[in-house]
Design a protein around this ligand. Sequence first.
Ligand code: UDP
Length: 244
Amino acid sequence: MNNHLDTVQIMHLDFINTTKENFLNNVLHTHLHNEEKCFIVTGNPEIAMRAREDKQYRAAVDTADYVIPDGAGILIAAKYMKQPMQERVAGYDVMRDLLAYANDRKLSCYFLGATEEVNRKAVIEVEREYLDLHVAGRHHGFFDLDDTSVVEEVRASGADIVLVALGLPRQELWIARHFDAFDKGVFMGVGGSIDVLAGEVKRAPDFWIRLNLEWLYRLLKQPFRYKRIVKVAEFMLRVFLKKS
Ligand code: UDP
């Protein structure tokens, strides 16, 4: 869909090219206001590489309404391709804004994903911080993607916003597979953000984010993620060699 936003194509994914403020104020808030459902992919080099290598995953992300440029690597790639992006639109920031907006308008949000304990903790934190937000429901993220009882629970909750933190590729597969079952909802794959809401994982300090080094901070904190960095390196190499 992606009605009226400029996009930059990188590795066959169309990333929106706009400011975070415009995306929130003029796009997502309108979706919420009109109860018009949409699917947001928080795009980064790992997702682009996965889509390149996995047909089923590509088919899922191709149904997204918006792919946001979340990773620093995407911005570097766009610049290299002489189609610079206006700015990075971090998934975590979009999620936080959606929560704040939902709080202002007394809208509801469903929290799907992470372990049972982390999910419960995150919801407690959210309820503490956003007093007027309605928690439509919550469910941990370790279920079969075809489990229709989860779909039915989320659907019946009538949530305005559905945050899906099942990691890559499960979150995009789940949203794409079940999107038609929903009448409304802003659906967004948020990766590890429920862990951050729960206070289990710290986001990088602003200094690192400003220098586009959030990925390095994460790598230093969670060295087991090194395999992902290899994928990011392969992504950059492919962009530089024009071998998408
Ligand atoms: N997760 C989940 N179900 C799964 C796999 C992962 O709910 O089957 C959760 C995991 O607990 C974490 C989130 O997904 O809260 C993100 O996981 P990860 O850091 O592996 O993914 P990334 O953010 O790197 O895509």
